[in-house]
Design a protein around this ligand. Structure first.
Ligand code: ARG
Length: 354
């Protein structure tokens, strides 16, 4: 821990041009704390800058140009249930910001954190015959706890959580808190009849945040969507909503024969529809070509600061027309730097009743 703390503090304090003395003093303090208690606490500033660095180091993320704009809510003091739910609702409300989405992270205690069992704070339930298949396990867990959905394709899952000495519980958000966007296409009015929609803010709630040797197990964070995440993957993957055929019908494409290129055509129009719909509702979203341009600017900024950009090619190449953007055309070093976000180990996931 001491080694990781040292490396983090040195990097951060140097980036912020703090003088040598200040670094030495802080390192002494941390060393004393670790020797006496086995751990140390970040200052608010370390927590905040560390979280931003974690975003900057997220190899899968194409949106890193904005890393410095992250708003960090320090929720380390929160121990009781009402305060916890309030902090989560605040996160959703402030991040949604009436559609002008703010990158935001809420960081709970490292020692005694409330636990969150959802993959994202907002997500649609999955059932055998409808909804989002990637949420079937979480949906079963919610049902075990007594939650009942309306059994539509788009039931917003409740928050599933456990306070430090409490039992697992769920909380259904007031629907006014959750901004959703109905999907329409201005040239294909029949699309609307499919009743598709998606939620505005993707808030990942299943990853550990690691800063300077300290792990924060509960630190939900969000940016805004890149359109392909919804249109190409969530709506179109066969193991997700699997909508390509229904959408092509709505567009009145007469055949999906491989060599008719109508699969591709339908996919492009669905991306257009999701993008237009978000924009018309005033909800932030980015297309893949713009996102890649922003990523190039991030790479340039980083190189000006003398830092290497690490990345994971298979995630940075967008899932629609990847060759149209520069990311496709070069390789990335997928080394994992810290601070960073990490997937939780399998044991701590899934339904504890099974
Ligand atoms: N791909 C995930 C989803 O479709 C969201 C991951 C985070 N995305 C983001 N733009 N911050 O829900």
């Amino acid at each position: 821990m001491l080694e990781e703390a040292k490396s983090f503090i040195k990097t951060m304090y140097n980036e912020l041009n703090y003088d040598k003395e200040r670094i030495v003093d802080r390192l002494k303090e941390i060393e004393t704390d670790i020797q006496a208690t086995g751990t140390y606490d970040h200052t608010t500033e370390e927590l905040s800058y560390g979280a931003k660095m974690a975003w900057r180091n997220s190899n899968r993320c194409i949106g890193r140009f904005f890393w410095e704009s992250l708003t960090v809510a320090d929720a380390r003091h929160i121990q009781n249930e009402d305060e916890f739910i309030h902090a989560i609702e605040q996160h959703i409300q402030i991040a949604t910001n009436n559609g002008k989405i703010k990158p935001y992270i809420t960081i709970f205690s490292k020692d005694n954190p409330p636990q969150i069992y959802n993959n994202q704070l907002i997500r649609y339930a999955g059932y055998d015959d409808c909804g989002d298949p990637s949420e079937i396990k979480v949906t079963q867990l919610a049902q075990h706890l007594g939650w009942q959905g309306e059994h539509t394709d788009f039931d917003v899952l409740p928050l599933i959580y456990k306070m430090p000495n409490g039992t697992m519980n769920y909380y259904a958000y007031p629907s006014s808190l959750i901004k959703e966007v109905p999907i329409r296409h201005h040239r294909f009015p029949k699309l609307e009849a499919l009743g598709l929609k998606w939620y505005a803010v993707p808030i990942i709630s299943s990853m550990d945040l690691k800063i300077g040797g300290i792990t924060y197990p509960t630190a939900p964070f969000n940016g805004w969507y890149m359109v392909n995440e919804i249109a190409v993957r969530n709506f179109t993957d066969t193991y997700r909503y699997n909508l390509l055929e229904s959408v092509a019908d709505a567009f009145e494409f007469d055949t999906l024969r491989n060599n008719s290129f109508n699969k591709d055509r339908a996919l492009v129009e669905l991306n257009d529809a999701v993008y237009q719909s978000f924009k018309n509702e005033g909800v932030s979203i980015v297309d893949h070509v713009t996102a890649s341009k922003q990523f190039e600017r991030f790479e340039l900024n980083e190189s000006k600061q003398g830092r290497d950009v690490t990345g994971k090619w298979s995630w940075l190449a967008p899932s629609l027309s990847p060759t149209l953007v520069s990311n496709y055309h070069h390789g990335y070093n997928n080394e994992i730097k810290e601070p960073n976000f990490f997937y939780k180990k399998a044991e701590t996931k899934g339904c504890p009743f099974h």
